[in-house]
Design a protein around this ligand. Structure first.
Ligand code: CU
Length: 144
């Protein structure tokens, strides 16, 4: 009986420890493939929270670049600008669309050029939950 209980406990704890239970779904991700001279670009995607509690995306890690941070597009007196934010919050059961001219994951210090169709490995930093690994294709325009 004791053994059985220990097994049940382990099964309950395992998914959380592996970080495999993040209630976040990513749809239509893409990275703008910039001209070769540019060291900056951005990643876009739809973030869907399938869970019952809010989730935050605080940034991402990728071998392709030095730094990835959440950024919003601002408009003051007709002027468009961009601003770093500490995180994007996706409400329980809700979604957030990252798109050109809106919220995006800003990519700094690109280590090389991105060619169209190239898959970039990307690790989203999610709170709570941990890390969500995805692959994002580089493209000149949003996927249809
Ligand atoms: Cu930006």
């Amino acid at each position: 009986m004791k053994k059985f209980l220990a097994l049940v406990l382990c099964l309950m704890i395992l998914p959380a420890a592996q970080g495999g239970e993040i209630a976040l779904k990513v749809e239509n991700p893409w990275i703008f493939s910039p001209p070769p001279v540019s060291k900056e670009t951005a990643a876009f995607m739809t973030l869907i929270n399938t869970g019952a509690t809010p989730l935050r995306v605080t940034g991402a890690e990728t071998p392709a670049a030095g730094r990835v941070v959440p950024m919003i597009t601002t408009k003051t007196e007709g002027r468009t600008g961009m601003k770093d934010v500490p995180f994007f919050e996706i409400p329980a059961g809700g979604k957030l669309v990252l798109k050109p001219g809106g919220d995006h994951l800003m990519i700094y210090d690109l280590k090389g050029t991105l060619t169209d169709g190239e898959k970039v490995s990307f690790t989203l930093l999610v709170e709570p939950g941990g890390k969500l690994e995805i692959e994002i294709p580089a493209s000149r325009s949003a996927p249809k």
